[in-house]
Design a binder for this molecule. Structure first.
Ligand code: NAP
Length: 310
């Protein structure tokens, strides 16, 4: 049986992120009229190239939206105790609304202990167990940015969540689990899958909303998707094998040119050919990933307001 659906709607993460950033900038202006400037502090340990790029981009976006920012760059040799004392200072500082510790940290630092040391009300990454608990019990929480971005994409694209069968593949603490919880809070009927799930295709084929957060290029294939479903592809994977490029993007000259220039192309966790039978899908790049910084900015402003009881 050949299923062809040429009306699959591309959910444009860049455009939605732009809308959210505009709204955040407006809120920042309103706060400024009361003499309040939200401030984010980003802690970047050592010199991980990818982390440096992410952090620069976060600091730049703060500047664009009128949010204050500060970057702290401890040396690679910093200990857990020194990091804990840095976090304690930031927790106590009245001018700091959001604290973000860029991951990954060097091996000698106890990441879990550190993330739990951040004051929950300044935890703009939403990784603190208190925020996870608030999310689970339906209380106002600083939610993790990537899953929060997924919900924004669905809502702003007019995709009904209440009553939908949502299947989340992946159960990490930063994407899969909070995404499942947020979909449940929006009244979807949620199934969470992982590496031990038996007969995964039979589960994913039941999804009206399919969220893929696995970390394996093109893992979700056309046969695993219900025609007309909404696909949210969270994955960001580098493909540097020419044969894989040709398999995922047959006849796509823009992809082939990019690949020839850089030696790789970026693919999500969904085989792009599966998008053709979907009702709507987030592309990679330009989908979920585009929302993450916008949601961080929104969390920073939310933290600034909540701390002041606004
Ligand atoms: P992760 O911590 O490695 O978790 C991967 C999950 O996928 C695990 O729960 C794992 O199951 C599940 N899994 C692995 N193989 C599977 C299989 N064969 N069948 C079913 N489930 C399987 O990854 P993550 O941090 O959640 O990230 C997931 C993806 O999202 C990555 O590609 C990452 O780069 C991307 N990401 C994107 C953004 C963004 O801004 N767009 C942000 C964060 C992450 P088990 O638990 O059983 O091992």
């Amino acid at each position: 049986m050949e299923i062809k659906n040429t009306v699959a709607k591309l959910l444009d993460g860049v455009a939605i992120a732009g809308e959210i950033k505009n709204e955040v900038a407006t809120q920042v202006k309103t706060l400024a009229a009361s003499g309040i400037t939200p401030k984010l502090v980003v802690v970047l340990v050592g010199h991980v190239a990818a982390s440096e790029i992410y952090v620069r981009s976060k600091v730049k976006t703060c500047g664009e939206l009128g949010i204050g920012s500060e970057m702290i760059t401890p040396p690679e040799t910093i200990t857990t105790d020194e990091m804990l004392s840095l976090v304690a200072d930031l927790n106590a500082r009245e001018d700091v609304d959001g604290i973000l510790i860029q991951l990954p940290l060097p091996k000698q630092v106890d990441t879990k202990r550190l993330l739990e040391a951040i004051a929950p009300d300044k935890d703009v990454d939403g990784f603190h167990p208190v925020n996870a608990g608030r999310l689970q019990t339906g209380q106002p929480a600083l939610a993790p940015c990537t899953p929060a971005g997924i919900i924004e994409i669905l809502k702003r694209s007019g995709i009904a969540i209440a009553g939908a069968n949502a299947v989340v593949v992946g159960r990490s603490d930063i994407v899969g689990k909070p995404a499942a919880m947020m979909l449940l809070n929006e009244s979807a009927t949620v199934t969470v899958c992982h590496s031990k799930t038996t007969d995964l295709p039979s589960v994913t084929r039941n999804a009206d909303i399919l969220v893929a957060a696995i970390g394996r290029a093109g893992f979700i294939t056309t046969e695993m998707v219900k025609p007309g479903a909404t696909i949210i592809d969270v994955g960001i994977n580098r493909v540097n094998d020419q044969a894989e490029l040709e398999k995922f993007f047959p006849g796509n000259t823009a992809r082939a040119e990019g690949f020839a220039k850089r030696g790789y192309t970026v693919v999500g966790d969904v085989d792009p050919r599966a998008f053709e039978i979907s009702g709507a899908y987030t592309p990679v790049p330009g989908g979920v990933g585009a929302l993450t910084i916008a949601m961080l900015m929104q969390n920073t402003v939310r933290a600034a307001k909540q701390r002041r009881g606004l």
